[in-house]
Design a binder for this molecule. Structure first.
Ligand SMILES: [Zn+2]
Length: 301
């Protein structure tokens, strides 16, 4: 492991039409700030990003996958909040625009159901960050922390892509943010809370199966966002949907395991197979209906 450059096709880089659209001011810019050393955690979207970065830079994602861990509960005293508002650089503005678009879509959907959407905050960081879920290394990619309702992203991953391809705007990047926001939606709806509460009473296999359902639902919710955002602002260009599906398919547990160890163990999956991830993303994308994202019904995923 770690010896070989992964042999995978490059993801196509479809653009997102983000310029001129509303940028969220719920961004906390902690790039350049230093925090103490600590544990590491891997969000589901982190896998996608790891994969995308590995493909584009020739690094081995499997090495990084070895460090998957639950976030440790540690104090985050002394952590600076960083600059609040809307970033001024290209990558920061792109992330703020995608976040703003998720705010518009989910606010509307919650209001339609008589609810109120609480805005999550997006924390941009570099190298490592302290959240209410612990200290996390940038190597593991984006994650959502339910305890502080924030999505954490190290944009240096995006930055690598940016340097190679001249501009941000790749749908795969937007999808990563939307997936993490999907976890925020699950948190507001009490879904992730129930799943975590049940964890102590379950076998590892059962807990993994629940994790798969949670992750597939976040994929589906990301698809719902893309559907509505596209309808409202023609956010996506032709080819983006296919790119999103390809990205989701590329990071299924089955494919990652087969590449890591030559075989797959479905009982140990935590995010779902390539086919499942692409299928649930498509379901959200095609209908734009969050209630169709019920990955917890009997028979699913
Ligand atoms: Zn996830």
């Amino acid at each position: 492991m770690g010896c070989c450059r992964p042999k995978r096709p490059m993801l196509s880089l479809a653009r997102v039409r983000w310029r001129g659209q509303r940028e969220s001011d719920q961004v906390e810019d902690r790039r350049g700030l230093r925090v103490g050393r600590g544990g590491i955690a891997l969000g589901g979207g982190g896998l996608l990003l790891l994969f995308a970065v590995a493909v584009l830079t020739g690094q081995d994602p499997l090495q990084l996958l070895q460090i998957v861990a639950e976030p440790p509960q540690v104090s985050v005293e002394g952590e600076s909040e960083g600059r609040r508002g809307t970033p001024e650089d290209e990558l920061g503005r792109f992330a703020a625009t995608v976040l703003g678009s998720t705010e518009d879509v989910w606010r509307r959907k919650f209001t339609e159901k008589g609810g109120e959407y609480q805005l999550p905050r997006l924390v941009l960081f570099s190298d490592q960050v302290a959240s209410a879920c612990g200290f996390n290394s940038a190597a593991v990619g984006p994650f959502y922390c339910p305890a502080d309702q924030k999505v954490y992203i190290d944009l240096s991953f995006f930055s690598d892509l940016d340097n190679r391809f001249a501009a941000p705007g790749d749908f795969a990047q937007a999808y990563v943010i939307a997936h993490e926001v999907g976890h925020h939606v699950q948190n507001l709806l009490g879904i992730s809370g129930k799943v975590h509460a049940a964890r102590g009473r379950q076998s590892e296999e059962e807990a993994n199966a629940m994790s798969v359902r949670l992750e597939l639902q976040a994929d589906c919710l990301a698809g719902v966002w893309a559907h509505d955002a596209n309808r409202a602002t023609q956010l996506l260009e032709a080819g983006d949907v296919e790119e999103g599906l390809a990205a989701a398919a590329a990071i299924g547990d089955d494919r990652l395991q087969r590449e890591a160890q030559g075989y797959t163990v479905p009982e140990s999956w935590t995010h779902g197979s390539s086919e499942m991830r692409a299928r649930w993303l498509r379901r959200g994308l095609e209908g734009g209906d969050a209630s169709a994202c019920d990955t917890f019904v009997r028979g699913a995923p």
